[in-house]
Design a binder for this molecule. Structure first.
Ligand code: UDP
Ligand code: MG
Length: 313
């Protein structure tokens, strides 16, 4: 019989030395009641405090730990956890005791209806400098990505195993996992979760997350929409510029043929500029196509395949 657990809990931790043991205790208490086999995977994201030692002290073979050489960010930690997770159901949560383990049964129940379920910190216990920008960020992300949930950045989420194996999270894309999953064709649900104030340690994210988050939103949107067809976006812009430039230059050419001097016309500069910009954009699109073509990785995920009857997707 395989000893594969049925539930994997992934916890990225960076300088959470004061929190990990308490979290383990609370978590175990809740998980034992579930009557499921489970594993708890701590990813120590290059902590410089005693986080690693504190986790090592836990004597429980269900607790796994991966330590990064240096701090690589929450997305990298999650990505590593996703690779390791063996359970059919996977839950991610923060390691700072802000996410309450008692919500796990509700997550699992909702996971019967959806491929992934995202937590919504309905009553958030964070300073206003965080909650206000977050409201704006969530509205914009909802609008741009088309995923209808209220809280993208909640670390508390549940997934079916095939979802975590099929999405790639890097950079700071952990904020956009629901969008990444949605674009792959998975269904995304949401439940309200209780959120506690942080008691030990401090938040790892400051105001700079706003700008980074916004830039990432542009990247994510762009990647999802045009990754497989870069020329469609760059070519479109290039064509518009190129055509405007050509029309301007043709007009000036006709004036020149009729005997007017055009060398001192600022319009000439504009026409030439537009044509050059047009060529630039089209070339950029073609380079994009070259890169996409070269990688040639399939974009589809197979749900059922009669060639592989024994495979359980
Ligand atoms: N975290 C991490 N690597 C980082 C920053 C944060 O693994 O570079 C972890 C952190 O230890 C915590 C979770 O990600 O478990 C959420 O971080 P934090 O509580 O600072 O974020 P906030 O709640 O302020 O959004
Ligand atoms: Mg936190």
């Amino acid at each position: 019989m395989s000893n594969k657990p049925s539930l994997s809990i992934i916890i990225p931790v960076y300088n959470e030395g004061e929190n990990v043991f308490e979290l383990y205790n609370e978590l175990s208490g809740n998980l034992l009641q579930l009557n499921k086999t489970y594993e708890i995977i701590f990813i120590d994201d290059g902590s410089t405090d005693n986080t690693f030692e504190e986790i090592k002290k836990i004597k429980d073979e269900r607790v796994k730990i991966v330590q990064f050489q240096r701090n690589c960010g929450k997305a990298a930690a999650l990505s590593c956890g996703f690779k390791k997770a063996e359970g059919d159901m996977v839950i991610t949560m923060d390691g700072d005791l802000q996410d309450d383990p008692k919500e796990i049964p509700r997550f699992l129940e909702k996971l019967n209806e959806y491929d992934m379920v995202s937590g919504w910190k309905f009553e958030r216990h964070d300073p206003i400098s965080k909650t206000l920008p977050s409201k704006f960020f969530n509205k914009l992300t909802r609008f741009l990505t088309g995923v209808n949930i209220n809280d993208f950045n909640c670390g508390y989420k549940a997934y079916r195993n095939y979802v975590v194996k099929n999405i790639s999270v890097y950079g700071e894309f952990h904020r956009y996992i629901p969008a990444l999953a949605h674009w792959k064709g998975y269904t995304v649900g949401e439940i309200k979760v209780e959120h506690h104030p942080r008691i030990h340690g401090k938040s790892k994210y400051g105001i700079e997350r706003l700008l980074k988050g916004f830039l990432d939103l542009i990247t994510v949107t762009f990647l999802m929409m045009y990754k497989k067809r870069p020329l469609h976006v760059f070519g479109g812009i290039g064509f518009t510029f190129g055509l405007s430039g050509t029309v301007i230059c043709m007009y000036l050419l006709s004036l020149w043929i009729m005997g007017t001097t055009i060398g001192d016309r600022p319009l000439l500069m504009l026409g030439i500029l537009f044509m050059v910009i047009g060529v630039q954009f089209i070339s950029l699109g073609l380079i994009g196509e070259l890169i996409t073509n070269d990688r040639n990785n399939d974009d589809y995920i197979i749900k059922y395949d009669s060639y592989e009857l024994d495979t359980n997707y």
